[in-house]
Structure formats: C-alpha cells, structure tokens
Write a protein that binds this ligand. Structure first.
Ligand SMILES: Nc1nc2c(c(=O)[nH]1)N[C@H]1C(S)=C(S)[C@@H](COP(=O)(O)O)O[C@H]1N2
Ligand SMILES: [Mo]
Length: 439
C-alpha cells in the first residue's frame, strides 16, 4: 500500500507508513532522493539567493588552541543534568543529553554517571586490583601492569537498571529524553579480558561467581557469574581512547557488556572467586525489581532490547512542515539490533528504519527514518528487535506485567521500578511543539 508524491523537482519518494513516513531506501546511496525533498520543500535556500558574506571570523586571525579542547561556546547547553548538584551526602546521577547528541559514541564529558558515594580521588600509582578466593595463585595488579597485557577494544553501552524509571509514572512526564533515558551511554572501552586474568590466577572450576568490589567509600560490591567473566567481560582502563573519566571508574572498572549498569563496578579493587553469589545490598535491595503483587526477581542482570527517538523529541520544535529525519538509538544486552520500526501515527502503521553501520553487539545502533511532516498532529514511536528475537514490548503489555506508579509530582524522577524497556511516544502538534504522551 505504498503511495508516491511529487512536488516540484522532488524525485518520487515512496511512503511506507501513515503520516508521511518515507521508505528508508531514500537514505541509501548518497541520499539524493531526500536531498531533493529538502530543496523542494524550501528548507534549504538556493545558493544563488544572495552573495556569501565574509563574517568577522573570516577577517581576523583565530584564537590560541588550548592543550585540551572543550566544546564551542555555542554548545554551552549541551551538558549533563545533575541530581545532586550540591554534593549532598547521598547518591548522585549525571544524565546524558541524548536529545542534543547524535551518532553512537557518548563523549566522555557527557557519559552518564552514577556514584553512590561521590567520586573518589584515586592515585593510579597507589591503586591495586587483587584477584583472590578460589584461585590457585592470588594476584595483584597496578594500572601500569594491566597496561602491559594485550588490550581489546569494543563498543558497549552501559545502562543503569533505573534508567527510564520515570516511564513507570501513570502520567507521561513532560521532560526531555535526557531526563527520561539519560542513564544510558555508549563508549569505546579498552581493557584486559577478565578471562586472561582469571586464567593467570588459576581459577578453581568450582568457583561459579566473582564478588567484584570498588574502592569508593561504600566498597560497592556485586556478584558476577564466572560464565559472564569468560564470555565478554573486561577490566577497562580506557574510555573512547583516553584513560577512564574519574566519574566512570578511574583508573579501572569492570565492564560486563549488556548487564545492569551497577554490575560494572568502578574503581575496581577486588575480585574474589567464590562458589555462590554474595547477595549484596545492590543486588537484593537497591536494584531489585518489585513486581505487581510484591514479589521480586532474584537476579535481573540483562538489560533488555530498547530504543527511543532522540530527534525530534521533547524540547525540540519543528519550525515548518516539510522533510525531517527521525532518528534515535537502539540497543540490547542480548546482542545486535536486528530491526527498528518507526511509526508516525501512534502505532497504527509502522515502517522499517535504516540502521547506521556498523551494527555492533551490545552497543548503540543509530536508526534513521525519513519523514515528510505535513503539519498535522503526529505521534512518533520506535520499536526495536534484537538478533536473539526479543522485541521491545508495547506499553500496555509492559505495564500489565511490570506495573506503573502514581507519582507525587514533587519527585517526578524518583521511581522504585527498574528495567523499563517499553516504547516512548512523542506527540507533535500542528504548531510543531512536542509533548511526551502514552499512546
Ligand atoms: N564502585 C562503584 N561502582 C559503580 C557505582 C558506584 O557508585 N561505585 N555505580 C554503579 C551504577 S549504579 C551504575 S548504573 C554504573 C554507572 O556507570 P557510569 O557511572 O560509568 O556511567 O556504575 C556502577 N558502578
Ligand atoms: Mo545504576
């Protein structure tokens, strides 16, 4: 049921779903079909319209380059939002501004961060990682020693189990994708395979678990299955090419791709091999999923398949009808993203989005969907599938299984529930304003 439209010299673009979603093939090759649509809609001005003016910055010598550069002053609003800006004696969250970023790599300064006990000031020359317990030979590593091992590099997202918790509210909160989904980020991590270190220590085959402990004041600890350690866990020492940020675990952290953020123990100082899980505070209380009816799951390690649209989203404004590219991120703790569908009519009809290459295991994949907005109300949604066949649940199914919360609006960002991976809906009204809705 695909229709085509023509306007001016616009090449015909196939519509694949309601409210103006265009076949993703328009993005293939050099994107010429879409480029035509932009021109025809009057979105981009013809070059011959007026002669190019030489602005002041073209007429003078530029400024000195600083040793470490930071973003342009015009990007000063692209910042993390802080839950505890005064540094009170409690946990603190810094959320990634997804609605202001693109691509798949979260810049280090904007990577989300959760610290239950502040950011420790760790001297890398003094910090040590110990591997002990059910091992033949306990071992101790400094950062310098770890750096001499063969290093592996991979992309991986880290997501707090509490990410998107505001979506458990029974009323859609009018906040940005940053406020809703800012507790997930994606980076290129470089480190030593945990299996290499466990092999060297000679781990006892009867040891099924590791207790991983951080060096911050709470000694945050989590039980990690040895199976995961041998699958794809790293002791990461670099983040996007530079040593870890202080808030992300400097000088070394555990990386367990696709597992709950909390298990990625930062400031890692101890791995103890044991034959049973430790049932620590962070796995029996703080990060427990309470189900409707009051039961909880014993463990809930995997971060399930999920996606959300970042552009356009709450806080953006569509200036005029015409061509837009809907885009967002999709990821799954179970592997690669297989497919993302996008709807512009609140889920009545769906079209398949284009996935930007490379599509990597347990990492962000950016999707794009060409869209012609006709100026009428639209509801934008995305829904992702992973290579293991898991699909992002629809909100009605999800809420039935996992519950929702009446929220006193005084604390809109504090929700007890975890692992929200259902759909996010953005409603565009005829003025181009965007609201968060449940559809
Ligand atoms: N030692 C230590 N490790 C920690 C934490 C912490 O407070 N201390 N926070 C955990 C939580 S709750 C999450 S979601 C992730 C967040 O990783 P990030 O701060 O690098 O984004 O780190 C986890 N590892
Ligand atoms: Mo977390």
């Amino acid at each position: 049921m695909s229709t085509t439209y023509r306007r001016g010299r616009t090449p015909s673009l196939d519509l694949v779903a309601g409210n103006g979603l265009i076949d993703r093939r328009a993005l293939l090759g050099k994107g010429i079909a879409v480029a035509g649509a932009m021109g025809a809609a009057g979105t981009v001005t013809g070059a011959a319209a007026e002669p190019l003016k030489d602005e002041q910055w073209s007429l003078e010598f530029g400024s000195i380059m600083p040793p470490v550069q930071t973003a342009s002053k015009y990007e000063k609003d692209v910042v993390r939002s802080l839950s505890n800006p005064q540094g009170e004696f409690r946990n603190s969250h810094a959320r990634t501004p997804h609605h202001l970023l693109n691509g798949t790599v979260t810049p280090n300064g904007l990577h989300f961060s959760i610290n239950h006990c502040g950011v420790p000031d760790i001297d890398p020359a003094k910090h040590k990682l110990v591997i002990h317990g059910m091992v033949r030979q306990p071992l101790e590593f400094t950062l310098e020693q770890l750096s001499r091992y063969p290093l592996v590099t991979r992309m991986a997202f880290v997501e707090c189990a509490g990410n998107s918790a505001p979506m458990f509210s029974n009323q859609p909160l009018q906040v940005t994708a940053q406020a809703l989904h800012g507790l997930v980020s994606n980076a290129e991590w470089t480190g030593v395979r945990l299996s290499t270190l466990l092999d060297e220590a000679g781990i006892d085959p009867r040891a099924k678990w590791l207790i991983a402990e951080g060096a911050d004041a709470q000694f945050l600890d989590r039980s990690i299955p040895v199976k995961k350690a041998y699958d794809d866990a790293l002791v990461a020492i670099y983040q996007n090419g530079e040593h870890l940020m202080p808030g992300n675990g400097y000088p070394m952290r555990l990386l367990v791709p696709g597992y709950q953020g909390n298990m990625n123990v930062k400031f890692l100082r101890r791995l103890k091999a044991i034959d049973q899980p430790a049932y620590t505070y962070f796995e029996t209380k703080n990060y427990s999923q309470i189900l409707p009816g009051g039961k909880t799951w014993r463990f809930h390690f995997l971060m399930e398949v999920k996606s959300f649209i970042t552009h356009p989203s709450f806080g953006h404004h569509l200036k005029e009808p015409g061509y837009y590219t809907i885009s967002g991120v999709a990821y799954s703790g179970a592997g690669r993203i297989a497919k993302v569908l996008v709807s512009a009519d609140g889920g009545k009809s769906w079209g398949e989005a284009a996935l930007q290459a490379p599509v990597l295991d347990k990492a962000f994949t950016r999707f794009q969907m060409p869209w012609r907005w006709d100026g009428q109300p639209a509801i934008l949604q995305s829904r992702a599938w992973d290579e293991a066949g898991n699909v992002q649940p629809l909100r009605a199914e999800f809420v039935a299984a996992r519950g929702e919360t009446k929220q006193p609006l005084a604390s809109p960002l504090l929700f007890p529930n975890q692992h929200y991976n259902s759909i996010t809906s953005w409603a565009v009204d005829s003025k181009g304003e965007i609201k968060h809705v449940y559809a």
